[in-house]
Design a protein around this ligand. Structure first.
Ligand code: PRP
Ligand code: ORO
Length: 188
């Protein structure tokens, strides 16, 4: 029987890897795309995302997870559900793991918040992403979190494309980890 990590890699390869010319979020061109929304919103795969990412950062101390909408949103919730299933609160003074969503722009009505969910000010938080290319998206979230008074303990992504995100994030003093590199999903 395969582990969660092995099964999730198989599902990423089968369902998310798309070959062909594509324009990326950064405006750069690439000849492959990893559509991780097909994983983080997939009935089977979404249940594996949380356990795999929680295992990857089990030595980091944080109280909330989230990132820039929308790639990060289902990833963060997957981690929250996996944390609940593992009895997170019992190991954290009764506090469950929270999620948050960083908007791309501040909302101009309602409470006009940039970061939705339980307050992050003064808390240790983990910034998540489905995938990172330049690191620009996750760094937008890191900046917003720091402005809001949170301490970002690290960044974790499902797939790293090996295109500089790790270096960019680490240059801002934030550790960066990923569950799968290109070789793990048949792209190297
Ligand atoms: O490291 P980067 O160069 O920033 O690229 C990675 C980003 O691109 C994708 O999101 P996209 O910008 O397509 O937006 P979406 O999440 O709203 O779909 C992905 O979910 C990451 O957020
Ligand atoms: O850089 C991006 O925009 C990007 C790359 C990728 O593989 N997958 C994705 O969702 N976005």
């Amino acid at each position: 029987m395969s582990t969660d990590r092995e099964r999730l890699a198989d599902l990423v390869k089968a369902k998310a890897v798309v070959h062909g010319k594509v324009t990326l979020s950064s405006g750069k061109e690439a000849d492959h795309y990893v559509d991780l929304r097909r994983i983080s919103l997939d009935g089977e795969a979404s249940a594996l995302v949380g356990p795999v990412l929680l295992d990857l950062v089990s030595d980091w101390d944080f109280a909330a997870v989230g990132g820039l909408t929308m790639g990060a949103d289902p990833v963060a919730l997957a981690m929250v559900h996996a944390a609940n299933a593992r009895g997170w609160a019992q190991a954290h003074d009764g506090a469950a793991l929270d999620a948050f969503v960083v908007r791309k722009a501040e909302k101009t009505h309602g409470l006009q918040r940039r970061i939705e969910g339980p307050d992050v000010a003064g808390r240790r938080v983990l910034a998540v992403e489905d995938t990172s290319t330049t690191g620009g998206s996750v760094l937008t979230a890191v900046e917003a979190l720091r402005e809001a008074g949170a301490e970002v303990v690290g960044v974790v992504v499902i797939v790293d494309r090996d295109t500089g995100a790790k270096e960019e994030v680490e240059a801002r003093g934030v550790p960066y980890r990923y569950a799968y590199g290109l070789a793990d999903i048949g792209l190297a």
